[in-house]
Design a protein around this ligand. Sequence first.
Ligand SMILES: *Cc1c(COP(=O)(O)O)cnc(C)c1O
Length: 388
Amino acid sequence: MSLDHTLIHLGEDRKKYFNAVSPPIIQSSNFVFDSISDLREAIGDEVNNHIYTRGNNPTVAILRKKIAALEKAEDALIVGSGASAAAIAVTGNLKSGDHVICVNLPYSWTRKLFSETLSRWDVSVDYVDGRDVANIKNAIKENTALLYLESPNSISFELQDLKACAALAKEHNIITIIDNSYSSPIFQNPIELGIDIVIHSGTKYLNGHSDVVVGVICSTKDMIAKLFKNEYMTYGTIISPHDAAMVIRGLRTIKMRMEHVQKVGMQLVDWLADHKKIKKVIYPYHPSFPQYDLAKQQMRGGTGLFSIILDVEEKAEVEKFINALNNFIIAVSWGGHESLCIPFLAFHDIPGWPDHYVDWRLVRMSVGFESFEYLRDDIEQALNAIGS
Ligand SMILES: *Cc1c(COP(=O)(O)O)cnc(C)c1O
């Protein structure tokens, strides 16, 4: 199926709603049945029927079809956040006594799920350096049930060889989950490389406009039906029909948005790589990145998210740089219309914060819809503030 068809037409049965070009927001909690037999039939197959909006809703169902097609998956679920997508996919595939292998530096709340919540349910976790698949292999135990990947992660962008990870996991009957938020389905489709479940924080590139918190889970029909019947319905972390319509609108432009943030992201990274006040740029699609070859092999592009390590000795110098930026605004999250920066120094002195071991000189930057010149000039003047 073509990307164009998926983004513009798939799932949109316009004859059902007055030939409206844009899908209606079906703001209804429940759906009517003509007879007891119709009701009985629907309840027997809730994953494919409209009964109650905690299960299925027609507006959300349009989004669900598009997301599954984008990730080359048989089916998908749309949930209320990326964190919830991870929690549903993970807990739906674990039982007490199981062991999980997770790559280093996963998203902070994913780490919390493994280290705090699931440890109370007698699930153990080992974090490994996933850059070498041998580390994953060596961590496999008798009771390993799940391999959790993030390639690239969203701070230092280390990759895993997804084909090799999938093959290793299959050999040992281990379920693989990847958080694919960084690449978006435009630049990476892990299911094609053998990964079982793909999740996203749709809050980032999928919606792309910093106005909806949403998550998605993509997998086989069987896996999605299993998760739907249990964790999806019991946790009840759904997205509203209105938010689903917002995300459908956001998706219309994902191809253009990804092209733009990749182009400007690369221009900025090239320029920063030679700047004397920058110790290092970290971007998986730059020749200086140690896993650049693997990135080119399994991804179709970089994005607008990269990190820089400032060449400074004092924490105060990082603060000067950040406070001097005007066009990169200080905020968490990424992937929206607005360019953002987040200095990891801000988390550094908070005891117990999971990212405390990230270099305090690291600043993560997300490119929005602005031009290269507008953003470069802003960084240039802010770098000039260092040492002043
Ligand atoms: C933001 C983020 C999440 C969590 O998503 P929410 O939509 O905020 O719940 C998960 N993984 C990555 C890589 C993220 O950046």
